[in-house]
Design a protein around this ligand. Structure first.
Ligand code: PHE
Length: 343
């Protein structure tokens, strides 16, 4: 019997199985229900007592050997099969995580911010739901004055009822908050979303973005304003950028102007966008009205300042040659994916 055990041991030691099927066959032969070990344990019962100790020892050794051998074969073939076999097809395409891109409005806003930050402007923000005081009254829009109609306002239902709330129609509301909250010199830009109850077309939308600029100090003049905007235009549009200023009216600036940038008149859509003039209006500006300074607690005899407010969409349209403002809000991935940038 001992002889037989030795033969089995030898067989196991030599056994080589390359696939999981072959290993399974080996396992069944030695450790299965009708396998070698089962049979030998049956024989063990009939072995005379004086040999039981020796036979039992050999038998256990054989059992351990069988188990070890099978485990060892399993680990080595599974690594081989993982690398070469059917378990994983390494020629399949990987799982790609598509990288997003920044929205063109964010890109242009950042570029504008960087230009003004470079000449000492800080960045400030205010609320989108604004009260009547900050959006209109403090900015010198008298009660019931038709100037309020210049900006078609979305009114917000105010449950507490003590003041009128609106979706801000311009970022000029932030000017008021800054002047109320701080002492000159003030030099800040305020980017943000604004809302107007306007019909949506290729040129205008009911939601858009502005960047407000405000500079208050002693002896600030209109020449400072022109110089700053000229600088901005050549930084943003390039040294050959053409801009022009047209006299205009805003209740909160005096004098006031509108700034146009040369868009061109080459294609049919240029005519459409510029209403046939070739010029595209990108901002309003002017010297802060003394009434506004007074409303915000700043002495107009001591300080003066300028303000400007520009529409980011118009500028982004110019930058990227987009002829329909609605593209910015449609979230069409084919449109958005064109604006890759280094984060
Ligand atoms: N708030 C004005 C608008 O939205 C723009 C503006 C800002 C004009 C600051 C003058 C000064 O049309």
């Amino acid at each position: 019997m001992i002889e037989k055990l030795h033969q089995y041991k030898e067989e196991l030691e030599k056994a080589s199985a390359k696939t999981s099927e072959e290993i399974e066959l080996l396992r069944v032969r030695f450790l299965g229900q009708k396998g070698v070990l089962k049979e030998l344990f049956g024989v063990f019962k009939t072995v005379p007592n004086e040999h039981k100790k020796e036979f039992g020892k050999q038998l256990n050794e054989l059992k351990n050997l069988a188990q070890e051998k099978i485990n060892q074969l399993k680990t080595s073939t599974s690594t081989i099969e993982d690398a070469h076999g059917a378990a994983e097809d390494l020629t399949l395409p990987g799982n790609f995580k598509e990288l997003g891109s920044r929205h063109p409005i964010s890109l242009v806003r950042q570029e504008i911010i960087d230009i003004f930050a470079g000449i000492g402007f800080s960045i400030s923000e205010g609320p989108e739901v604004e009260d009547d005081w900050h959006n209109f009254t403090a900015l010198n829009f008298p009660e019931e004055h038709p100037a309020r109609d210049m900006q078609d306002t979305f009114f917000v239902e105010n449950k507490s009822g003590d003041e009128d709330l609106v979706l801000r129609t311009h970022t000029s509301s932030v000017q008021v908050r800054i002047m109320e909250g701080g002492k000159p010199p003030i030099r800040t830009i305020s980017p943000g979303k604004v809302f107007r109850n306007e019909a949506i077309s290729a040129r205008s939308h009911c939601i858009f973005h502005q960047i407000e600029g405000l500079y208050i100090d002693k002896a600030v003049s209109f020449a400072d304003l022109m110089q700053t905007l000229q600088y901005f235009a050549s930084e943003f549009f390039g040294p050959n950028a053409k801009i022009r200023m047209r006299p205009s009216y805003f209740p909160f600036t005096e004098p006031s102007a509108e700034v146009d940038v040369w868009w061109g008149l080459e294609s049919e859509s240029d005519y459409k966008i510029t209403k046939g003039t070739g010029w595209l209006e990108i901002m309003g500006c002017g010297m802060v009205d003394p009434n506004v300074l007074t409303n915000c607690g700043i002495d107009p005899n001591e300080y003066s300042g300028y303000a400007f407010g520009m529409g980011i969409e118009r500028i982004a349209m110019n930058r990227y040659g987009i002829d329909d403002i609605r593209m910015f809000f449609e979230n069409d991935i084919r449109f958005l994916r064109q604006f890759k940038s280094a984060f």
